[in-house]
Design a protein around this ligand. Sequence first.
Ligand code: ZN
Length: 429
Amino acid sequence: MPIDPELARRLIEAVNIGFDQQIRFLADLTRLPSLRGEEASAQDVMARAYAQRGLDVDRWRIDVERLRHLPGFSPVAVSYDNAYNVVGAYRAPGAQGGPRGRSLILNGHIDVVPTGPLEMWSTPPFVPVIRHGWMYGRGAGDMKAGLVANLFALDAVTRAGLIPTGDIYLQSVIEEECTGNGALACLERGYRGDAAIIPEPMAEELLSAQVGVVWFQVKVRGRPTHVAVAGTGANAIEACYPIMQALHRLEHRWNEQGHPAFHSHEHPINFVVSRIEGGDWTSSVPAWCTFDMRISLFPGMSLETVRSEVEACIAQAAADDPYLGKHPPQVVYHGFMAEGWELPGGTEAQAVLASCHDAITGKPLATVASTGTTDARFFGLYAGIPALVYGPKAESIHGFDERVEIESIRRVTQTIALFIAQWCGTIEA
Ligand code: ZN
């Protein structure tokens, strides 16, 4: 797919002209702590930015009841009273009889994960700063830089004097970090495209496959007694250890089975005990304990099989314990119920991205499989839309001192701008 060097030059220049403004906008957005349930004000900023550009803005509250029956739905344990998605739709002039190009979804998520202890950050997570070419801040890399790159890539196309001839949907979704129900809600609302780009922090590589992810809680009940007669009680916290160990043995088995898309990963399947609560009093044998676990699964494994293997594993571990055998723990699914996904090879969308990436960076586009999940699965598995997960370079996402490389944001924005022009087609303004 040859790229017209003059077109590339115009778009590179157009991105450069808007780049300072783009980085300021990213800093302003990173300043808003769009943690789960608190995304609305950041979504308002996105809605305003879409409206200022003359896009048709659709801002709606996600209704769980409309999603519950759909494939890809993940169970929800929190209120969606404040759960808003925003889409800005660009409608090509072809609607009035001009040429019609291919349509495109430019998707990103606004939600960010919790910061952890603030004293572990070098600078406060919601006070973005730029040091040595990197912007620091929670969510700056994952993935506000990509979300903003989508917006400014479309700006650059316009600034270059080009009018896209395909429809473009800018999507700012929530819930990517816990369920994916934000992206699912966009599908349910009818948004479709001939391709989708998701600029997650991929270090300018293309995602070729991702694991599935399931969240669950194990709730263990014990028998409280005074610690002086601990032997007559049943310690709910300590009873969790063998269950955790049994789950890690299941993790080991799945890693042994392996998957062709993850050959280059030594340990693609990760089961993580990520949260724990239990007990009430230091001198009482604890009567209760709940631990959260995030597990992953290979593409092609069915969620039904995964659930039954997990539940059997927990039930077996409990049966080996004299007290738990009679009082088995409860398993509650409270988030991700996500299948794995692989990008189908040989699509034209991938070929176009590869040539745009090459034109901007001078390098061939590398692909990489991820041991995490993204919203790509919704487009790919449930709507037949090729989803290109490709974005800037970030470090320490979900950790302390999360950061994103500024020049990488510039190149990704240029690549997306060029992709818009190549994929949708353009006419001169
Ligand atoms: Zn992300």
